[in-house]
Design a protein around this ligand. Sequence first.
Ligand code: ADP
Ligand code: MG
Length: 391
Amino acid sequence: VKVPSAASTVGVVGAGQLARMMQPAAIELGLTLTLLAESADAPAAQVIPDHLVGDYRDLDVLRGWAGRADVVTFDHEHVPPEHLAALAAADVVCRPGPAALVYAQDKERMRDRLSAAGFPCPHYVVTSEPAVVSAFAEQVGGYPVVVKAPRGGYDGKGVWYVADEDEAGAAITRTGGRALLVEQVVPFIRELAALVARSPSGQVAVYPVVETIQRDGVCDEVIAPAPGLPADRAVAAQRLAMEIAGELDATGILAVELFELPDGRLLVNELAMRPHNTGHWTIDGAVTSQFENHLRAVLDLPLGSPAPRARWSVMVNVLGGAIPTLTDGYPHVFAREPRLRVHLYGKTVRPGRKVGHVTAYGDDLGDLRSRARHAARWFSDGCDDGGEGSR
Ligand SMILES: Nc1ncnc2c1ncn2[C@@H]1O[C@H](COP(=O)(O)OP(=O)(O)O)[C@@H](O)[C@H]1O
Ligand SMILES: [Mg+2]
């Protein structure tokens, strides 16, 4: 088995924006990345010269490519678990390892494992029977309930609110009759995320807990730290993330999405074991970005400080809108917002697609939020429609 070191080549499966944003960190540290890319024009393949274009679902392709790397990590969680097991059997070092990653791949396995280990989760049941959905709904105060495809979902794709048994049946049919994860609709006051980097040696760096605001199931805005979060609750969230990382033996970044309840309790929504949208603010707003700490962690190097560099950081995603060429927004945004940090991913614009983000950091939270939102909307639509948060 290879022992990864700072001289190692880090292989990344997937060439989306997360792999792309690992590259600046790799450049600064003098590390080498190699990609298994879905296409030559994928966001990370544009900027990482050493890449193989190939399908991670093809085990021969995956195994052949993995030979280029000393340690393999991930831009997404879609690699089939049986392929990961085959890599492990071929002495490929995967970080996170297959046994940990499955809890970010499969929401049913995640719920079962975290509930059994005593971590607070929403009430849930797993079933392919509409009548069982209804019986569960009865127990949790009636419809609606949330149903989720255990695998393959992201950005709210694979998550549905169902209002009655017919809709439950339709969701089950839509997913090919497979069992779905059914959850109570959690009456949260807001969503939080706790992010940790964990190395194979067990060192952990924990970032400030953030508030995340989703629109149509997609992360839209992240505020670091979560405004008004009592210190004991912030520590409880950080502790949850550290304990889950240890319990599952996660390596690299682990993001724990949380629901904050009116009574102050926290429930775990889901896990990601890779750099996460709720950590993009760390590129500009923390001493060490999540991307750098992910690379340090998978190489088992000492982690960098997760401390914030400013009182507040606000990240707003740029979603695909009316403007096909995002850089058209540069003259206006750059002239208006010289302190704003802009990150575009090299993606073709499609409606609602995550194509970039902006980060504002400083002392006046209200001002930062409106500036970041204005810029993000300007990139998307060439205007700010005067809606919520506009100036
Ligand atoms: N049980 C629930 N109760 C209320 N809202 C939920 C529940 N589960 C998910 N959601 C909402 O749907 C969003 C997406 O669900 P999530 O399970 O995180 O799927 P994804 O993998 O698409 O991120 C969450 O961020 C939250 O806003
Ligand atoms: Mg989620």
